[in-house]
Design a protein. Structure first.
Length: 242
């Protein structure tokens, strides 16, 4: 009987322990479940916050990317514009320089052509004078020379009356196509004395290349009354008329 009571008591104790353990386990499970639920809710909130932040970051990234793309396009357009302007400037400068070079080349060419024409004219005039000198009969040239010298002595020094010649000029050089005769020399000295109002001496030279007439040098003043000079003047005037 006592043993049965002990056994029953132990059973009751065991059942009480089981009940208490079960109650404790149930409380722990409930507490753990609540804690897990709280953790789950906290995780859900954190996940939502993270998702929200990720969305904001994504949106900001897209905005930054769009801004960067727009700035890049604007910079590209600006660079292209500046490059085009620089290219146009270089082309304009090169065109201006090329036009200047062309103008300079044309100017140089025209000057060269003018110089060549002047040389040709001079050579032509010289050749014409040589032909006249060698083809005209000597007597004819002598007669023309005599007539021309007399005419120059008579009326060829009027312009000297309006010029002031230095007082130290006393010697006059005369270059004639033929030697002066005594009469021509006398008349020439007389005429020059009247015009210059001073005594003078003549220094004579003969140069058949002037064909007819004479050339007088009074200091730095040259009076060319030769047929050669007349031919040259006529050729130059004809050239200017062309």
């Amino acid at each position: 009987m006592f043993l049965a009571s002990v056994i029953i008591f132990q059973i009751l104790i065991f059942m009480g322990l089981i009940f208490m353990f079960r109650k404790i386990m149930t409380q722990n499970v409930v507490s753990a479940t609540k804690h897990i639920d709280a953790l789950n809710q906290d995780c859900a909130r954190k996940e939502q916050e993270i998702n929200r932040q990720l969305e904001e970051i994504k949106q900001k990234s897209q905005e930054t990317l769009a801004t960067a793309r727009n700035e890049a396009e604007e910079y590209k357009a600006q660079v292209l514009k500046e490059t085009q302007e620089e290219r146009d400037g270089i082309i304009k400068q090169a065109r201006s320089q090329s036009e200047a070079i062309i103008q300079q080349a044309d100017k140089s060419r025209n000057l060269l052509l003018l110089e060549i024409e002047e040389r040709i004219d001079k050579v032509s005039i010289d050749k014409a004078c040589e032909l006249i000198e060698y083809t005209l009969p000597e007597q004819f040239k002598q007669d023309v020379h005599t007539h021309w010298v007399e005419e120059l002595i008579e009326s060829g020094f009027a312009q000297l009356q309006h010029l002031r010649m230095p007082e130290e000029v006393r010697e006059i050089k005369i270059t004639s196509a033929f030697p002066l005769t005594d009469g021509q020399r006398k008349n020439l000295i007389k005429k020059l004395k009247e015009v210059l109002a001073r005594d003078i001496t003549l220094k004579e030279e003969v140069d058949p290349k002037i064909v007819s007439g004479f050339i007088i040098a009074i200091g730095s003043l040259i009076l060319d009354g030769s047929l050669r000079n007349k031919i040259q003047e006529r050729a130059r005037s004809d050239g200017l008329a062309r």
